[in-house]
Write a protein that binds this ligand. Structure first.
Ligand SMILES: C[S@@+](CC[C@H](N)C(=O)[O-])C[C@H]1O[C@@H](n2cnc3c(N)ncnc32)[C@H](O)[C@@H]1O
Length: 274
């Protein structure tokens, strides 16, 4: 496991970072002592922490597989991708279509350092450092444009990301900016933590433990639904009407079984741009 000496340039190993904290929760090794302590403390107030993270990651993976296998999407823009871990987007989609192209974007320089090892110069996958709040920096990036053809549909991932973007930066407006750059037939896969269905006491406990590391926004179902406004939602599981759903239920073979306490902290949806 890397210690502070292994911090790549631009990475402060004394402050917890979302990418490394999430990596540790998912069982990864690309994190520092400060990240591990943050998780251990958080777990004391939020015992369902792992369940929340895995529900979200599971949605991301099932949505990626659905997009390539069912919708025939062969290009992906994964913003807030996180540290390379098991079953990354390119691994999931290239299993179905080896020519599928993936551009990963994350604000954390640590992600870029580790992505370089993982990607091994793959011609179909690249990683750029970028900030979701600055769409031009991502959409006009030379590497993005080299790999993705914006005249063809693209699968846009914004999973477990926008809770880290405050209202001042207008998350709904940002989603619109990205979707405006994509042709009809493109898709948005998005998940977001919610306090829907939680008592105010429990929601405050969540805010208390996760808010300590900086900005962390829990948002209502209506707010998250609005992020999909104007899009055609895909039914989340067999027999369901099109709607956003708790993350664990999306693509679940047995939605009743998948309806866990952790899953209920995340709402997720996959939708097509008409
Ligand atoms: C909780 S992880 C989610 C990882 C992955 N998308 C998933 O759902 O499994 C959030 C990621 O968003 C990144 N992030 C935070 N703020 C960002 C920003 N403004 N722009 C781009 N990435 C950001 C963090 O560095 C972290 O890797």
């Amino acid at each position: 496991m890397p210690g502070p000496d292994a911090a790549p340039p631009g990475v402060d190993p004394t402050k917890p970072a979302a990418a490394r904290v999430y990596d540790y929760i998912l069982g990864g090794s690309q994190n520092f002592e400060v990240d591990r302590l943050t998780v251990e403390k958080t777990r004391q107030g939020l015992p369902e922490l792992e369940d929340i993270a895995w529900s979200n990651r599971g949605f991301h993976q099932r949505a990626a597989r659905w997009l390539v296998a069912e919708a025939g999407i062969r290009q992906f823009l994964d913003i807030g991708s996180g540290l390379p871990t098991q079953r990354n987007t390119h691994e999931v989609v290239q299993e179905v279509n080896p020519d599928a192209q993936v551009v990963y974007v994350d604000i954390d320089p640590m992600v870029k350092a580790h992505a370089a090892d993982l990607l091994h110069g793959s011609p179909h996958t690249t990683f750029i450092t970028g900030d979701v709040r600055e769409p031009d920096g991502i959409l006009k990036n030379v590497q993005t444009r080299a790999l993705l053809d914006f005249d063809q549909p693209i699968g846009l991932f914004m999973t477990g990301l926008l809770m880290l973007v405050d209202d001042d930066f207008d998350p709904r407006g940002l989603v619109t900016r990205y979707l405006d750059a994509l042709v009809p037939g493109s898709y948005l896969a998005l998940s977001h933590p919610t306090d829907d269905k939680q008592s105010p006491e429990v929601a405050n406990r969540f805010r208390g433990v996760l808010g300590k590391g900086g900005n962390f926004n829990l948002r209502s179902r209506a707010y998250i639904e609005n992020l999909f406004d104007g899009l055609e939602l895909v039914p989340p599981y067999s027999g369901a009407d099109p709607h956003i759903t708790f993350a664990g239920l999306w693509g679940a073979e047995d939605p009743t079984e998948a309806d866990s306490d952790g899953s209920r902290w995340m709402l997720a949806g996959l939708a097509r741009k008409p």
